[in-house]
Design a protein around this ligand. Sequence first.
Ligand code: NAP
Length: 291
Amino acid sequence: MRMEGLRIAVLGGRTGLLGQALSKAFDNAGALAFPLSRRDCDVLDPMSVEQWMDRNDPDLLINATGYTQVDLAEDESEMAFALNGSVPPLLATLAARRAIPFVHYSTDFVFNGRKNTPYTEYDEPSATSVYGISKADGERGLLKLGYKRTLIIRISWLFGPGRTNFVKKILGLADAHKKLTVVNDQIGSPSYTPDIAANTIRLLEKDATGVFHLANSGATSWHGLANTAVSLANKDCTVSPVPTSAYPTKAFRPPYSVLDLSKFIRTTGLAPRPWEEALEQYVRGDLGLGA
Ligand SMILES: NC(=O)c1ccc[n+]([C@@H]2O[C@H](COP(=O)([O-])OP(=O)(O)OC[C@H]3O[C@@H](n4cnc5c(N)ncnc54)[C@H](OP(=O)(O)O)[C@@H]3O)[C@@H](O)[C@H]2O)c1
């Protein structure tokens, strides 16, 4: 499908980290994005989404909403399961009624992290946190519904403009402290939200459906990501590696959740750029830091 002239509803598009990048990318591709907040329509009330769709007649429905607070989800499992588990198939049903494509985002946290080679779309979800289990529940609901024009994109470790994120937090801490410690025994694939948005468009242009993994190329630890960001920003701060046991968290996080991108590359003929290059664009370009 071509993007020019399409009317695209982006749930989570007004305030969400990914949603904002998607809205911008669709507009840049010649579509008309409608960035929606929960005030425009609350996804927990699918009737409000349906009424919005009746009024605005979108050609594509994108779900960039979610319950994204990984530790808090352990205490608020009802809300996490409602937003991440129940909502996606309800939204896909609304898209199916109009016969328009539906795009949903899931996470590397659907995996338990016990592998030591990149996770493919054929690996079974095996989540170990409420957040991960609720996201896997949403995926399962969508697959069970079986609406053919559904695209589920698993992404990981987001950073980008528009909302706070791990990289932004680290750079703020580096202003206030000369030394930081960050865990180096969780390995994943950092993802720059404008790249995820642009590559979502590449998949839509190929009429891709089903499950896809998407991130920037390469892998690192949270320490590697933090250290590179602090160096790029020329901050006077030393970032030292520590084990996860130094920072106990309520939710268990997968020690290894690198996503295999070969299905994306085969489908689009394009390889996402390395995370280091994308991080440089974020730190030096978007945030205007460093040399
Ligand atoms: N962040 C990551 O590292 C990461 C990694 C893997 C996968 N993902 C997935 O990617 C997707 C987007 O993540 P993100 O980090 O961009 O999320 P985010 O910044 O937390 O944004 C979530 C969006 O959902 C909206 N929302 C929440 N409840 C809503 C409701 N009831 N009705 C309407 N809108 C509602 C929020 O609006 P308010 O601002 O009003 O709350 C916000 O705009 C999620 O599905 C997430 O699971 C994220």
